[in-house]
Design a protein around this ligand. Sequence first.
Ligand SMILES: Cc1cc2nc3c(=O)[nH]c(=O)nc-3n(C[C@H](O)[C@H](O)[C@H](O)COP(=O)(O)OP(=O)(O)OC[C@H]3O[C@@H](n4cnc5c(N)ncnc54)[C@H](O)[C@@H]3O)c2cc1C
Ligand code: FES
Length: 367
Amino acid sequence: MSESFVITVEPLGRQVVCRDDQPILDACLRAGVWLPHSCTHGTCATCKCDLVDGDVDHGEASSFALMDFERDEGKLLTCCARPRSDVTIEADIDVDEDLEMYPVEDYVATLVEKTEIATDTVRLVIELDRDIAFNAGQYLKFTVPATADGAADSVDRTWSIASPPSEPRRLEFHVRLVPGGRGTAGWVFGGLAVGDQFPVSGPYGRFVLHTGEDNHTIMVAGGTGLAPIKAMLRHGLENAAYDGEMTLYQGGRSREWLYDVDYFTSLAAEFDQFTYRPCLSEETADQVAASGGDPAAYAYGMVTDVIAADHASLSGCKGYLCGPPLMVEAALKTLMSRRLFPRDIYREEFFNEGDKAGGVNSPLIKR
Ligand SMILES: Cc1cc2nc3c(=O)[nH]c(=O)nc-3n(C[C@H](O)[C@H](O)[C@H](O)COP(=O)(O)OP(=O)(O)OC[C@H]3O[C@@H](n4cnc5c(N)ncnc54)[C@H](O)[C@@H]3O)c2cc1C
Ligand code: FES
């Protein structure tokens, strides 16, 4: 039977009860005490904070995200640490007054749509057993079932909500196949079928549209990094939540790797404040024309080169970057070279279990 302990969160002075088999972050988010976090699996170090008093088990924290000397110095990752006594932690909590953060809750989801939308990419639509409150850009945790032969237990995987908060029961997701991955190759691209039911929890994350601002936002999406950005764009434009200009750079090798191009093209035609720049890195204008496509509909080159060519300066803008860690880092460098400060760049890196094992922390990205 599990035991429970009291977690005191400073400087808030809030107290939360946490089971000894429960990560401290989980207990806090469920109690409505918001702590910084991103990956929730011990890889990104966003949730690192000080252990002021008490004992914890560091769990599955990666040795890259929480180094041995940091453990000795009394640091912990709240997404992995489980209490072994009453505990006091001190976290660096940056509160955005314009943003209401909603507590994490459990839901039962039913899969109502699974459609292939690009190479190795599917759109999932789920219906929840009740409405969920979230901010545009947040994500859910899906419980991937144990393998049928019992060789592996259930695991949690995180996928970003691609639909806006105005649709609180029917949620859209974009998932890309990762060869050898438990959640994608082993489930979403395997046996998962329309009608299946499974547990999800959320909302998680801090990569959200900051609606109190009206700066020109430059949004950069690689692969399914488009998902949270689509939620933000739909919220900002269709729900009239954002007044400023919004430009989306969507990167893909060729047209077969891009998706929702028609949707964003029509969104750009409808809203003057929105500019859409789909970028092809390995397909040329001649190839697009030769296959009957419209070469003028695309930009050519790496998404970072297209941004650099489009803008001599992005001073005063805000950046939103999402996708694989290496793409996010490259885009971060490009935006900084165009005079955007890191504090004006919001980002979400899609870390997976392989990244956790290999260590991916960039010296550019301060946690
Ligand atoms: C905040 C957040 C939001 C995300 N949103 C999305 C989204 O909207 N869409 C999306 O497609 N993805 C998203 N991701 C990524 C997603 O969570 C998964 O990481 C991804 O789908 C792969 O999951 P998987 O279970 O298939 O792979 P995993 O099981 O995590 O494996 C990934 C790779 O690592 C290898 N691997 C596994 N374990 C180890 C190990 N111990 N040592 C070495 N290698 C190992 C596997 O063979 C595989 O190649 C998001 C990630 C984060 C952090
Ligand atoms: S949220 Fe804890 S390491 Fe990423």
